[in-house]
Ligand binder design. Structure first.
Ligand code: SMG
Ligand code: MG
Length: 374
């Protein structure tokens, strides 16, 4: 693969209303505030990356305006100074900035898109995907009532989703899980995600989840607290799965070695990019730890890359790789449509999807920022 010469970096901000509010243990979202990075190459090529930071710093410390600021002020200037790079060089070019992994991931993905488009290979080929389509799950928010929850879950079952994930928090856990398990029947794939809403005092309470044959419980405790995840894993039969805690391959290997996690949710944005995501996948495959692809309510730009990642051999559980219409009435790219509970891994060069520039213009919430070499 040839390096690309970066001519300019553009930042695009758009707002996309969600088809229904999405509520988690940390809040309720009705709109996706999206930051997209476009890299323009000296020979007329381009590449896109989506920053998965949320509007507010409530899932992680990053948030969209902060990500735009750190890209504008530090990351894009460093990339422009480096001038000619491969995607595999981007992490070391940006390494002088601590953290800000979602911001870094967006830039690395944009470079990767430009590089692979120029080479005529797809993300799936670049990452090493082994399957043409991936099994899809869906993440179901905290609902206003059990009836509303059961309605929503029934709709997703009808749509063909192969796994249901319920968002839980103290006061919304055992009962919704029991009701959804009763609705789905004993064999259906069901898991829960707490987004750090519990503490060590809840371990006994959480043990009740063992009655419902869940695939896993995702991130019950705050991200820095590996020890309490170890304690829960010892106390419960249900597998513990880390999301927020896993910020790099080093952290993943350590958490596995300590038995804090026996399954991992891989999100490229959370770990600084798809290259690190592939390294985590490889480390997990070596250790027989199953992984699945997480989601951050991505537009088609980010969804395309996630689906390609989920094509790797270690992704043996359905991901939060749902169809475009799970969140959006219209997607920014070609729509991802569920067929028998699966999405096709794009096969075209780069991410394999095309940004619909007319929608970008229509949905824009801030002027485009053009960053060039000083
Ligand atoms: O893209 O379907 C998706 C979102 C899946 O639940 C989801 N993501 O902790 O795993 C998670 C959450 C993070 C985003 S919540 C606003
Ligand atoms: Mg999660």
């Amino acid at each position: 693969m040839l390096p690309v010469e970066i001519g300019a970096v553009e930042l695009h901000r758009i707002g996309m209303p969600l088809v229904r509010p999405f509520e988690t243990s940390f809040g309720r979202q009705t709109e996706r505030d999206v930051l997209l990075v476009r890299v323009l190459t000296a020979d007329g090529g381009e590449g896109w990356g989506e920053c998965v930071a949320m509007a507010d710093p409530v899932y992680s410390s990053e948030y969209v305006q902060g990500a735009a600021e750190v890209i504008e002020r530090y990351l894009a200037p460093a990339l422009l100074r480096a001038r000619t790079v491969r995607a595999s060089d981007v992490a070391s070019v940006l390494d002088f900035v601590i953290g800000h992994r979602m911001a870094k991931a967006a830039l690395e993905t944009a470079v990767l898109d430009a590089e692979t488009r120029a080479a005529g290979i797809s993300f799936g080929e670049y990452f090493g995907a082994v399957r043409p389509e991936v099994d899809c799950g869906v993440s179901v928010g905290i609902a206003p009532s059990i009836d509303a929850l059961l309605d929503e879950v029934s709709g997703y079952v009808e749509a063909g989703y192969r796994r249901i994930k319920l968002k839980i928090k103290p006061g919304w856990d055992i009962e919704p899980v029991a009701e959804v398990r009763a609705l789905l029947g004993p064999g259906a794939l069901l898991q829960v995600d707490a987004n750090t809403a519990y503490t060590a005092e809840h371990i006994d309470h959480l043990r009740q989840l063992d009655d419902y044959r869940l695939l896993l419980i995702e991130q019950p405790f705050i991200e820095e607290d590996i020890a309490t995840h170890v304690a829960l894993a010892r106390a419960i039969d249900t597998r513990v799965c880390l999301d927020e805690s896993i910020t790099s391959v080093g952290v993943a290997v350590d958490a596995i070695a300590r038995d804090a996690t026996s399954v991992i949710n891989i999100k490229a944005g959370r770990v600084g990019g798809y290259l690190e995501a592939v390294r985590i996948h490889d480390a997990c495959l070596d250790r027989d730890v199953p992984v699945w692809c997480g989601g951050m309510l991505e537009t088609g730009v980010g969804r395309a890359a996630n689906v390609a990642l989920a094509g790797l051999p270690g992704f043996t559980l359905p991901g939060d790789t749902s169809a475009s219409d799970r969140y959006f009435a219209e997607d920014l790219t070609e729509s991802f449509v569920l067929v028998e509970g699966r999405l096709a891994v794009p096969t075209g060069p780069g991410s394999g999807v095309t940004v619909r520039t007319e929608l970008l213009a229509e949905w824009r919430t801030r002027p485009v920022e053009l960053l060039t070499r000083a």
